[in-house]
Design a protein around this ligand. Sequence first.
Ligand SMILES: Cc1cc2nc3c(=O)[nH]c(=O)nc-3n(C[C@H](O)[C@H](O)[C@H](O)COP(=O)(O)OP(=O)(O)OC[C@H]3O[C@@H](n4cnc5c(N)ncnc54)[C@H](O)[C@@H]3O)c2cc1C
Length: 393
Amino acid sequence: MGSCAAHAASSRGARVLLLERFDLLHHLGSSHGASRTIRDAYPKPQYPPMVSLARRLWHDAEAESGCRVLTPAPQLSLGPRGNTALMSTIKNAAGAEEVADLTQRWGGAFRVPPGDGWVAAVSERGGGVLNATKAVAMFQALAAKKGAVVTDNTEVVDIIRKRRPAGEQGGGVVVRTSSGEEFRAAKCVVTVGAWTSKLVRSVSGVDLPVQPLHTTVMYWRIKPGKERDLAADSGFPTFSCYGDPHLYGTPALELPGLVKINYDGGPPCDPDRRDWAASDDEVAQRVARWIEEVMPDHVDTAGGPVVRQPCMYSMTPDKDFVIDFIGGEFGEDVVVGAGFSGHGFKMGPAVGTILAEMAIDGKGRTAEAAGIELGHFRINRFDGNPMGNAKDH
Ligand SMILES: Cc1cc2nc3c(=O)[nH]c(=O)nc-3n(C[C@H](O)[C@H](O)[C@H](O)COP(=O)(O)OP(=O)(O)OC[C@H]3O[C@@H](n4cnc5c(N)ncnc54)[C@H](O)[C@@H]3O)c2cc1C
């Protein structure tokens, strides 16, 4: 989100400094790895317009950079017909069509569990797989080309209001780092992922309920002879299976002979004290049971997942993003983008543009023009009800 915001702001001619705490393209946050789904199949109506804007901006960035980061794929939403989030998703996804006989599609990769009244719908429009690390690199390179200074191994520890003489408006901010450097700026955009609650609380006293979760990316072996059926260039979809467990997957693409199928969630964690040795076996077993029921002919569960990669979600109580001014003494000089709740990557360029416009213009004009209700993402929705209402995103 920070790299996209830096690109959007530098595209507007702003002088931009992007500060990253670790090495560029590190694996310690939420945006590393080779695949993220982009889909407009969403249960909440606030998201499809943001996906449409993001999709346009992904294509613009690909054209500008000459990089290819988006591999097109249809999106399959499936699960029990009684699942309200699934039914809303199918309603909200433009052009989604129910798949009459799921077992005949994609070489018979999916089986419908008997008796549960399952429904499956496919939307063909504009979905696909984003190469995450490559995409972050693309936005950092584009931002740098437009004059942004991209600096890594620089941890921000404080943001301080720059005082102006009485009577004068504004004042900007001073950003202080762990090595004692100070940077002065008119505006500051905070996109620190799983570290948001800690930094925002210590800087402003605002308590943002953004809970980091430890989650695991799992790759499973495709059964011999079935590799073509699950391949992205054969038209195999990205998919989300609603219900319990909530799972998602992407077509075989980045690791030959393997397919990514993951559980959507994980246990709470402290981003500064992660238990790298934590066992994910229970989650792996849940995913394996689902595979044995729904994709038994195509995916091998013997021995568990072949590759496991740790990652973090930053959850809000309602799984909706936070895109807002921090307020208080900072007024509209500090904007925060956080709580992307395991579904933010696809929105990166849209969120980056919105954050940059909020910082530069005081409002997100592009979001308004795209029909995105920014009011939905305000911090004050947590007032008096910090735990919010958990709903499917
Ligand atoms: C396994 C997994 C699968 C996912 N699948 C999808 C998907 O299919 N589709 C989708 O749309 N989304 C998906 N997501 C969610 C998506 O990846 C995240 O919402 C998104 O990457 C969040 O980006 P971010 O910029 O908020 O956080 P990050 O990428 O973690 O960026 C925050 C950055 O801030 C830096 N930082 C922290 N503190 C400081 C500080 N004090 N000073 C300087 N820098 C600091 C961190 O080092 C980090 O680089 C998935 C996430 C995971 C983990």
